[in-house]
Design a protein around this ligand. Structure first.
Ligand SMILES: [Mg+2]
Length: 269
């Protein structure tokens, strides 16, 4: 629990520091506020430390299961669900490309990046996956990558010795990014021991609502706070996520391209 507290505190402190220094320092729209996020994710050893910490907590949970401290009762095969992007694969080079070319996220450029199969491995992911599989867990990937990208996705993961197949990887159904239907389908056949992701919608259906405002997201999170570090393991991602939707909802402008519009969300004294 202490590890978890330090982890969450680190995220909060970083988010505050990053947001205020980057967004606040820009006097016009020529400065992309995601620059600091990409720099941190690519250069800070603290980022790697947080990833290792997340996967160590996940490993400890599997060790506790192996030692008989927790049981699974349904008789179904036991599984662990992992997201892929910013959970197993690091796509910060794509976000770096966006920053250097002053572009915002787009499906076309994202698919072109995925095809390159150059995403790197998130620290700790491979070791954890091996350990969980050796402990008898089935690893299932639930990703919002498109079905069309399956070859590149599998091949990129395989570079790091991680085997994903059509059987254990759930891509978007009919281009729908909502993961709840896929989670339901999985629950029909497996008992889920743990969820690992970087976005709240990787864990619970209630966070799939892209229209949630900032306060509602935070108050919903309180209902699940005891799950983090237990059934839910979250990885750091300050580059993007559904948290941006709650900003867009208020001013219909993206944090990636309009720093001024988001100054209203920054607390000061
Ligand atoms: Mg992700």
């Amino acid at each position: 629990m202490k590890n978890l507290s330090i982890f969450l505190l680190s995220i909060i402190l970083y988010s505050c520091a990053s947001s205020s220094s980057t967004i606040g320092s820009s006097s016009d729209n020529s400065v992309n506020p995601s620059e600091s996020a990409v720099l941190w994710q690519q250069t800070a050893a603290e980022y790697n430390a947080l990833c290792y910490q997340s996967y160590q907590i996940a490993r400890k949970r599997v060790e506790d299961f192996n030692a008989g401290f927790s049981t699974m009762t349904s008789g179904k095969p036991k599984a662990i669900i992992l997201d892929i992007d910013e959970t197993v694969l690091n796509n910060s080079a794509y976000n770096g490309w966006l920053v250097l070319n002053n572009k915002k996220y787009g499906e076309e450029s994202w698919e072109a990046w995925v095809k390159k199969e150059e995403a790197t491995l998130i620290p700790g992911a491979k070791e954890f996956i091996d350990f969980a599989m050796n402990s008898g867990f089935t690893i299932l990937f639930v990703t919002n990558r498109s079905k069309a990208s399956y070859k590149s996705t599998f091949s990129n993961l395989l570079k790091y010795g991680i085997e994903a197949t059509i059987e254990n990887c759930y891509f978007k159904y009919d281009n729908d990014s909502d993961k709840s239907t896929r989670r339901e389908d999985i629950k029909n056949n497996y008992e889920i021991f743990m969820f690992i992701g970087d976005n709240l919608a990787d864990f619970e259906d209630v966070f799939e609502d892209k229209g949630l405002d900032i306060a509602t997201r935070k108050s919903l999170l309180e209902q699940f706070k005891n799950e983090f570090g237990n059934r839910f393991i979250i990885l750091p991602n300050v580059m993007y996520g559904d948290w941006e939707n709650s900003l867009k909802k208020r001013n219909s402008k993206s944090i990636m391209n309009d720093s001024k519009g988001n100054l209203q969300y920054i607390k000061s004294y």
